[in-house]
Design a protein around this ligand. Structure first.
Ligand SMILES: [Zn+2]
Length: 145
């Protein structure tokens, strides 16, 4: 492989192997940069108070009991995000089935909560990462409705 020494950026990105990089990324993510924590902090800063570990169907990540609003932050891979949910090939049948089960369960949870008059908001992990403001205002819109 040719390394272009004159371009520091390209050279830098070749320093880590994919495995090292993913270990590194998960280390970064583990430190309070989980999407649900980022979203909670943003809502808290705006003055919204919520509950976590609230005992209702599906264990929502953020719950506003007074308004009966339940928010889930769905991981792109595990919940089959249309943008980032991998289309698994060959031997990843196991993962595909697992993800399909998750998607089905998410729908069941939505139905169960709505039957109990909860408003369910689902936010993709990537929405928090890419456009936190939009994710926050989506929830605020529901809360203020
Ligand atoms: Zn995604």
């Amino acid at each position: 492989m040719m390394m272009n020494q004159s371009d520091g950026h390209n050279a830098r990105s070749d320093v880590m192997t994919p495995a090292q990089r993913s270990r590194c990324m998960s280390k970064i993510r583990g430190k309070n940069t989980k999407p649900e924590l980022i979203l909670r902090r943003a809502l808290w800063r705006k003055g919204y108070r919520y509950r976590i570990h609230y005992p209702i169907e599906g264990k929502p990540d953020i719950v506003f009991p007074g308004k009966k609003v339940a928010v889930f932050i769905d991981g792109c891979f595990w919940h089959g995000c249309p943008l980032h949910g991998k289309k698994p090939t060959n031997n990843s049948d196991f993962w595909r089935k697992k993800i399909e089960r998750n998607i089905r369960r998410d729908l069941d949870v939505n139905i169960a909560l709505r039957e109990q008059h909860w408003t369910v908001v689902r936010v993709w992990e990537h929405e928090v990462a890419d456009n936190l403001d939009a994710a926050v205002s989506e929830i605020v819109t529901v809360l203020e409705a």
